[in-house]
Write a protein that binds this ligand. Structure first.
Ligand SMILES: Nc1ncnc2c1ncn2[C@@H]1O[C@H](COP(=O)(O)OP(=O)(O)OP(=O)(O)O)[C@@H](O)[C@H]1O
Length: 329
């Protein structure tokens, strides 16, 4: 709860604050919850009405800057939704085009279900096919430049000239910036620095994809036990990731491990507080009998939870498995 008088806005003079208080508005939350036309009508009958209007305008612009802008339904419907494909047909079809820019996509799965392979595939495809920059935060040492090079090799195969292939590979590899951080403090500090950097030069930045593999490796160790600040740190990471995604229209891809849920079934780790952070949650599994990986939606704004896609992990990246079993359309 932020008291209006503590916001430090010049237009919130004692008489204006008194006017707000008379309407039961003491905090920024009270202001947002009240119907503006009723408050303005009440203020219009007072001598300070012009002072009051100025305060309302300043307050609205303050809140807009802090909250990322107000949007009505019409404006929202006009906004173009952009997707960042992963370059694996079955997964891109499942996601209606790929990872949605401006949102956080979380891959959940037990060990060896293809989370890291999917992250590297997304990085290689974004860097080469979409010619954009990628930041890859590696918290468990799973990133492999050689593996990315193999994946790029598969994508470059269509280029006839050897020099063209070499230049394409070099350019794409240079567009993927890998950072290795093994604790939550370093990750948080890096994300905050990234926010500051983008604030200064977002329009010149070609960054479209931010990957963290894995987020749970750095959060889990600070939850519970002697770490009284662990929960707050987790929330801070979630907030900065959301801010980066929405403000700079980044596709944010993170991975999370699983814990045993009801009946021993795997469920996403990090608990209920983290659940609201990713906009999309995808569960991965692996069938070792036919070496097929399956991906299904646990949470998506416009996708049925019963849809699935299948793929195989090959030398040159992820290959679609066509005709995968679908529980229901
Ligand atoms: N070059 C490759 N060719 C074919 N399969 C590969 C290749 N590299 C890795 N794999 C397979 O991909 C599978 C998935 O590995 P991946 O590292 O993506 O799992 P993960 O879900 O990230 O696991 P963890 O949670 O333990 O990090 C592995 O079982 C491995 O057999």
């Amino acid at each position: 709860m932020v008291l209006l008088r503590n916001l430090g806005l010049s237009s919130l003079t004692p008489s204006v604050l008194e006017l707000f208080a008379a309407q039961g508005i003491l905090t920024a939350e009270d202001f947002v919850a009240h119907e503006l036309h009723k408050v303005s009508a009440a203020a219009g009958q007072r001598s300070e009405s012009s002072e009051f209007k100025e305060a309302v305008a300043e307050l609205l612009s303050y809140l807009e800057n802090r909250q990322g802008g107000w949007c009505n339904g019409f404006e929202l419907s006009q906004k173009e939704v952009r997707y960042l494909p992963l370059g694996c047909e079955s997964i891109d079809n499942l996601l209606r085009g790929g990872m949605q820019e401006g949102t956080i996509t979380e891959l959940v799965g037990v060990s060896s279900t293809g989370k890291t392979q999917m992250c590297m595939q997304a990085a290689a495809h974004a860097a080469y096919k979409l010619r954009c920059s990628v930041i890859y935060i590696d918290t468990c040492g799973a990133f492999s430049a050689q593996r990315i090079a193999h994946m790029l090799g598969g994508m470059l195969g269509s280029l006839v000239q050897v020099e063209e292939q070499r230049d394409g590979l070099t350019l794409a590899m240079k567009s993927i910036q890998r950072r290795a951080y093994f604790d939550i403090f370093s990750v948080l500090a890096f994300l905050q620095d990234l926010h500051t950097t983008l604030q200064a030069c977002a329009e010149h930045s070609s960054l479209r994809l931010l990957i963290i593999d894995s987020i749970s490796s750095v959060i889990s160790p600070v939850l519970g036990g002697n770490h009284s600040q662990g929960h707050a740190l987790m929330i801070s990471v979630g907030q900065i990731l959301k801010k980066l995604a929405t403000t700079y229209k980044l596709a944010v891809l993170i991975t999370n491990h699983t814990v045993a849920g009801d009946g021993g079934q795997p469920k996403p780790a990090l608990g209920g507080s983290w659940k609201s952070v990713p906009h999309t949650r995808l569960m991965l599994s692996h069938d070792s009998s036919n070496d097929v990986y399956t991906i299904s939606s646990l949470k998506h704004t416009s996708l049925s939870c019963t849809k699935q896609a299948a793929f195989r992990v090959g030398r040159a990246g992820l290959d679609s498995v066509v005709g995968a079993r679908r529980i229901s359309e």
